[in-house]
Design a protein around this ligand. Structure first.
Ligand SMILES: *Cc1c(COP(=O)(O)O)cnc(C)c1O
Length: 232
């Protein structure tokens, strides 16, 4: 499909997805306005992101540093970029220069590197701490047991603002339980650290469940952009 054809489709798909997000929020007695849809644009070209922007949608996610840099530089200011992927330390500086929120702080040396670059760039970088709630060996993130200490250390770093938690549930099995576990962890942490608010959980296949379990941000790729190349 050509970029203009795809661009016309994504705005329609986003409207349908937004309706489902709002329904799930209403079902669980929550305000849809408290929910952010992050449109994860990986593998899709800047023209398609521009179509979302033109329809009024400003929260865009990327999982690779080079792709984030290329799209931000192609599109200019005016969007809020979310970095959601595994971040290598040698890619931290360009991501910090562009990201509104880094969802995927999965180890302390990475947190320290982000903090250092944020200080050098004169900003405070909002981040989420990634927790491997399903204890899935294939997934990054702190274990549930490590999470409280990790959040304590991350929030103490000058240059970082820890705004919440993020997870990717195991591919197999019902995601409801892992989502509920992340929420319980957030509730515990928030009692000590009031700024730990966000729950970034839920993707195209399970976002309604995630919202029912308390997600404040859902990260949606295929539901908005359509199928991607399986290698992405
Ligand atoms: C790709 C990706 C998503 C979006 O996945 P979909 O299944 O296409 O909705 C969400 N979160 C992360 C971390 C991703 O890499």
């Amino acid at each position: 499909m050509s970029a203009p054809e795809l661009a016309a489709q994504v705005a329609d798909r986003l409207a349908a997805v937004r309706e489902r997000v709002h329904e799930a929020a209403r079902r669980s007695g929550r305000s849809p306005h408290a929910l952010t849809i992050v449109a994860v644009a990986k593998t899709f070209p800047p023209e398609v992101v521009a179509a979302l922007r033109d329809s009024g949608h400003l929260d865009i996610g990327e999982s690779r540093a080079q792709e984030l840099v290329a799209k931000v530089d192609a599109l200019g200011p005016g969007l809020r970029w979310h970095f959601v992927g595994r971040l290598q330390r040698n890619k931290v500086a360009p991501v910090v220069a562009r990201a509104s929120l880094v969802h995927s702080v999965d180890r302390l040396p990475l947190a320290e590197a982000i903090a250092r670059h944020a200080r050098e760039q004169g900003k405070v970088q909002p981040v989420l701490v990634q927790v491997n709630v399903g204890e899935d060996p294939a997934k990054a993130g702190f274990s549930v047991e490590e999470a409280a200490e990790a959040v304590g250390r991350v929030r103490a770093l000058d240059g970082l603002a820890c705004q919440g938690l993020m997870t990717l549930p195991p591919l197999e099995g019902d995601p409801r339980e892992p989502f509920a576990r992340l929420r319980a962890l957030r509730d515990d942490l928030r009692a000590t650290y009031p700024e730990v608010q966000h729950l970034s959980m839920g993707m195209s296949a399970d976002f309604e469940t995630a919202i029912e379990e308390g997600a404040t941000m859902v990260r949606l790729g295929e539901a908005i952009f359509g199928r991607r190349d399986a290698t992405a």
